[in-house]
Design a protein around this ligand. Structure first.
Ligand code: GLC
Length: 438
């Protein structure tokens, strides 16, 4: 068993640390301008102008069954989709707003179709729910709000009552956690109560007092006690959510120094919503390395897709998912049910280690392919059998010193030396599976 003690939290996280890999889905009106999901804020677009998207929203090729199939093939085990993003538009049929997909040309509860489709493929289902809302009339204008630079912004704020908005959120969260069956994750986004240079004197950021986070969380726990809640309401819950970067070590609770459960979220190309003109798509190597990097520090990876406004995953997203599918088909054993290797194991140069939860197998991810010996310090006497994970072919090894006459200069009592083929196998990151002696 893994010796790492992780901080206990109220939600059911047992499945989460086994499954390791999920799909994030950002879908909303912003898929139409296709130049970032923050477009309304970035370009300070008026309600009237933004309404053109609402009027024409018609994802006629919306087929979450196809997304679910692709997610599953990529090795993803769960998904989190935007029920509502910062623009305030709802993909579900809420009683508390007219600003929902049901009232657009598509005329359907798209969230329900997502839930049904992903469940049917055996994937767990989560909802992203934006705490920020640039459409709701009670959401006060702040530094991120599209109306922040209006001359009368201060006056506009007088008619807005954030407490009513907090109640609106509770009403909607009640709908989400009552009408769609068992939901595994709720992902709130996000708090920014820290002061900022862009704040005008009457402005401030928003955080747990504005969202009334305590009440919100209590409600969620009452409706679905097992659910996993993220940490962005400004109250720590089940998971910590580093965004668009790779933590260098297992994350800890700053107050108690305990290890915490964490989930990195990343995009294929930069923005979360569909962005037509982005050219910053990550390479296949980066995609695979991100997954390995995450699991080797005890984390999960939530990889994002931004479907087009017609409702399909464009060719670049499909290609990126295929990269995961090809790799995971043969190598998922080093990911599922795996975590950071025990401290007794040292990562050799250019490698990343993961270890199965029961401690019996160690996985050596060859990020830099070694030619041709891989020396592993401290490993002599510990390995019973070694093989490539992708094809189950034996990897010969020696202990203490290399068997090759010219390589005999490296000697050490604790050394294990793997002998790898000269030609790197056709796998983005080959993995050596070490069966440890019990
Ligand atoms: C940020 C962005 C948002 C995205 C989220 C995902 O907070 O505001 O657009 O949904 O990150 O982590």
């Amino acid at each position: 068993m893994s010796s790492y003690n992780v901080k206990k939290t109220p939600g059911d996280t047992g499945w989460f640390t086994k499954d390791r890999f999920g799909m994030f889905i950002h879908f909303g009106l912003y898929a139409m301008p296709a130049r970032h999901e923050w477009v309304k804020s970035m370009e300070k677009i008026s309600e009237e102008k933004y309404d053109v998207y609402f009027k024409h929203f018609n994802p006629d090729l919306y087929d979450p069954k196809d997304w679910a199939r692709q997610a599953k093939a990529a090795g993803m085990k769960y998904a989190v989709m935007t029920a509502k993003h910062h623009e305030g538009f709802c993909l579900f049929d809420s009683k508390y707003t007219d600003y929902k997909s049901v009232n657009t040309p598509i005329g359907r509860d798209l969230l329900r179709e997502y839930v049904d489709a992903f469940r049917a493929e055996g994937l767990r289902v989560g909802f992203y729910y934006s705490l920020i809302d640039w459409h709701h009339p009670d959401f006060t204008i702040d530094r991120n709000h599209p109306r922040r630079d209006d001359e009368n912004a201060f006056e506009q704020n007088k008619d807005r009552d954030i407490r009513k908005y907090a109640e609106y959120m509770r009403n909607q969260v009640t709908e989400l956690l009552t009408n769609y069956g068992k939901i595994d994750i709720i992902w709130f986004d996000f708090s920014y109560s820290n002061p900022d240079v862009n704040d005008k004197p009457w402005m401030k950021g928003k955080g747990k007092d504005d969202w009334e986070s305590e009440k919100l969380i209590e409600l969620v726990r009452k409706l679905q006690p097992h659910i996993i809640i993220n940490n962005r309401t400004e109250i720590e819950q089940d998971i910590v959510t580093p965004e668009q970067y790779q933590p260098m070590d297992w994350l800890r609770d700053p107050a108690t120094n305990e290890l915490v459960l964490w989930e990195a979220c990343q995009t294929f190309s930069g923005s979360w919503g569909y962005h037509r003109d982005e050219t910053s798509w990550k390479s296949p190597e980066t995609l695979i390395n991100m997954l390995i990097n995450t699991v080797c520090k005890g984390g999960n990876l939530l990889m994002n897709v931004g479907p087009t406004s017609r409702g399909f995953l464009d060719y670049r997203a499909e290609a990126a998912l295929k990269v995961y599918a090809d790799w995971m088909k043969y190598n998922s054993r080093s990911i599922y049910g795996c975590t950071m290797a025990e401290p007794e194991f040292t990562e050799p140069r250019g490698c990343r280690l993961t270890q199965s939860e029961d401690g019996k197998r160690l996985y050596v991810h060859l990020i830099e392919y070694p030619y041709k010996f891989l020396e592993m310090k401290g490993m002599a006497g510990k390995v019973e059998y070694a093989q490539f994970l992708h094809d189950g072919s034996e990897i010969l090894f020696s202990e203490k010193e290399s068997r090759h006459f010219s390589a005999g200069r490296t000697k050490a009592d604790d050394l294990l030396i793997l002998e790898l083929p000269d030609v790197k196998p056709p796998v983005i990151v080959p993995v050596v599976e070490l069966f440890l002696k019990s």
